[in-house]
Design a protein around this ligand. Structure first.
Ligand SMILES: Cc1cc2nc3c(=O)[nH]c(=O)nc-3n(C[C@H](O)[C@H](O)[C@H](O)COP(=O)(O)O)c2cc1C
Length: 190
């Protein structure tokens, strides 16, 4: 299949924590996505969105974030594991949209200090993705012992992640292309 325009795949950095290691992961993923001519990407930092916490859901829509989600063909979520779950602020941000996500692909990169590479947070996010209408891929990014994966400047130390990220991105691109084709060519029965 030839593509007439690049796939738009934003990366969402899913924690506002000061000193977050997930920021290194998000920049690494962003860099790997950017190397591919078929992909256009951008970084969305949930801290920078600064959503109010006096309401919830679509009442809090940020026009620019919603427009970016509407334009996206796929998303990458970079999500640290906090007490085996996902950061509450990430859920708060994701809840502000719904129709914008439907039939778009999503890949999740789990980040943890522990040995499991965010496996548990990824599992916990899957039902949320489904309810938002996002379509998960069957390959994840896992960044266990993240403190050993990057140096203090955020440069990749463990080169094994390059090959793993390549597999992740290839799968995400396939799903994003497939779903774009479906959204644009296959009418939904009413
Ligand atoms: C509130 C909180 C809970 C955490 N719970 C876990 C956990 O359940 N499992 C784990 O491996 N690491 C846990 N960590 C450590 C994070 O995985 C670690 O900080 C890692 O660098 C990813 O998060 P970060 O992007 O905030 O740095 C926790 C960290 C915080 C702040």
């Amino acid at each position: 299949m030839t593509m007439t325009r690049p796939l738009f795949i934003p990366v969402i950095l899913g924690t506002p924590r000061q000193g977050r290691m997930s920021e290194h992961v998000a920049h690494f993923v962003l860099g790997e996505l950017s190397k591919r001519a078929v992909i256009e990407t951008t970084l969305i930092d949930i801290r920078a969105l600064a959503l109010p916490i006096t309401d919830a859901g679509e009442a809090l829509k940020d026009p620019q974030f919603s427009a970016t989600m509407m334009r996206a063909d796929a998303l990458v979520l970079v999500v640290p594991e906090y007490n085996h779950g996902y950061p509450g602020l990430l859920k708060h941000v994701l809840d502000t949209n719904l129709k914008e996500y439907i039939h778009k692909a999503v890949g999740i990169c789990g980040v943890s200090a522990g040995a499991l590479g965010g496996t548990r947070v990824i599992q916990n996010l899957l039902p949320v993705m489904r309810e938002l209408g996002l379509v998960t891929i069957f390959w994840d990014g896992n960044f266990p012992s993240v403190q050993n994966v990057f140096d203090a400047n955020g440069a990749l130390v463990d080169q094994a992640h390059l090959k793993r990220m390549d597999k992740f991105i290839k799968e995400l691109v396939w799903m994003a292309q497939t779903l774009r084709y479906g959204r644009e060519n296959i009418p939904r029965e009413k």
